[in-house]
Design a protein around this ligand. Structure first.
Ligand SMILES: [Zn+2]
Length: 320
C-alpha cells in the first residue's frame, strides 16, 4: 500500500497547470489582434480546410468530406485529448478554418479556452458531443465525453458533420450524402463484427475494469458492465486515493476478471500497481480508446478501432 500513497503526490504537480492556461490565453489575445485583416486561408487547392480536435473526429470529417475536404487534426495520434494544450500557431489555424469540429462534452479540457477564443473571433466551432444525447457519468450531472465508442452515435455524428459541411463549405450535398451512406454501412459492419467477437465472452464475465473511464458507451452498446476504474472522474487528470485503489483491488479480486484495460494515450503505471496488488496473473491490455493508431496500424480508422477494441477485450477476458 506504500506505493499507492507515494503516487498521490503527482496530484500536486497537476494543480500548477492552470497558470499555463492563463499565459496561453494572454498570448492568444495578442495573436488575435495581429491576425485581424489577414486574408483567410480556409481553402487549399480549392478545397475547404476543416480543423478537427481529435484524430477520431478528424477521421470522421475525412470520411464524410472525402476528397472534397482538407482535414487538419490538432491533437496528434497517441496524445491524450484530456491533457493536450495547443501551440499558438495551432490556435491561429482554428480561425482560418472553414469549420472546426470538436468532440466537446469536456473531453478537450485544455483546449477549451482556445476553442472559445476562436469562436469569439468568428470561427464556426461545431461540438459534436452536445448533439448526440450523451450519457451522464454515473452519479453526476456531467456528460461522459467518450461517445465515439458507441458506433450508433458515430453514425448520427456523420449526418451532423455532413450538415455542418453543407452549411459552411461549397461541397456538393450529394457527395456528402453518399459518403455518409458509406460511413454508415462500414461502421455497421464493424459494429456487427465487434458484437460477434464480444459475445464469445461468457455472459457472467462481461465485466470491464479500465484505467480511465472511457468505456461506458462501449459497455452500454455491447451489453457489458464497467465495474471499476483506476483513475476516477471520467478524465485522465484526476488522482485516485489510496482507499479508492484498495477498493478497486477488492472489486477485481471478488469479480475474478482477468484483465485491466489501459489506453495508448495514458500511462498505465497505476494500473500496473493495482495488478501487482491483486497478486495473481492479471493482464494489462492496452486499447486505443482515445486516439486512432498510426497510419497503417489496425486502429488507423474508426472502423478499425472498433473491431480492434472488441478483439482485445474479448481476448483479455477470455484469458488469451
Ligand atoms: Zn478519455
Amino acid at each position: 500500500m506504500v506505493q499507492f500513497e507515494r503516487m498521490q503526490s503527482r496530484g500536486l504537480r497537476r494543480a500548477a497547470r492552470p497558470i499555463g492556461l492563463v499565459v496561453l490565453a494572454m498570448t492568444l489575445g495578442a495573436l488575435t489582434l495581429s491576425a485581424c485583416g489577414s486574408s483567410t486561408a480556409s481553402s487549399k487547392n480549392g478545397k475547404p480546410t476543416v480543423v478537427a480536435t481529435t484524430s477520431i473526429m478528424g477521421d470522421l470529417v475525412q470520411q464524410v468530406g472525402g476528397n472534397a475536404v482538407n482535414v487538419e487534426v490538432l491533437i496528434p495520434r497517441g496524445a491524450d485529448p484530456h491533457d493536450f494544450e495547443p501551440s499558438a500557431s495551432q490556435a491561429a489555424r482554428l480561425r482560418d478554418a472553414s469549420l472546426v469540429v470538436a468532440n466537446g462534452l469536456g473531453l478537450e479540457e485544455r483546449l477549451a479556452s482556445t476553442l472559445q477564443s476562436a469562436a469569439n473571433d468568428g470561427a464556426t466551432v461545431f461540438e459534436v458531443g452536445s448533439h448526440i444525447d450523451p450519457l451522464m457519468r454515473p452519479g453526476t450531472d456531467h456528460p461522459d465525453p467518450h461517445f465515439w465508442l458507441d458506433p450508433d452515435r458515430m453514425i448520427r455524428a456523420a449526418s451532423l458533420v455532413a450538415d455542418e459541411l453543407a452549411r459552411t463549405t461549397n461541397i456538393d450535398r450529394s457527395v456528402l450524402d453518399a459518403n455518409v451512406k458509406t460511413y454508415t454501412d462500414t461502421v455497421q459492419v464493424a459494429a456487427a463484427d465487434a458484437a460477434l467477437t464480444l459475445d464469445t465472452v461468457p455472459e457472467t464475465q462481461r465485466l470491464l475494469v479500465t484505467n480511465h473511464d472511457a468505456l461506458e458507451y462501449f459497455a452500454n452498446r455491447f451489453r457489458y458492465k464497467v465495474i471499476g476504474t483506476v483513475i476516477p472522474g471520467g478524465s485522465t487528470l484526476a488522482e485516485p486515493s489510496a482507499s479508492d485503489l484498495r477498493e478497486l483491488v477488492a472489486t477485481i479480486k471478488s469479480s475474478g476478471v482477468k484483465a485491466i484495460f489501459s489506453e495508448s494515450t495514458t500511462s498505465s503505471k497505476l494500473a500496473d500497481t493495482v495488478a501487482r496488488e491483486v497478486g495473481k496473473n492479471i493482464a494489462i491490455v492496452e486499447l486505443s480508446t482515445d486516439s486512432l493508431g498510426a497510419p497503417g496500424s489496425p486502429t488507423s480508422t474508426y472502423q478499425g478501432l472498433l473491431s480492434n477494441t472488441a478483439r482485445l477485450i474479448a481476448n483479455g477476458l477470455n484469458g488469451k
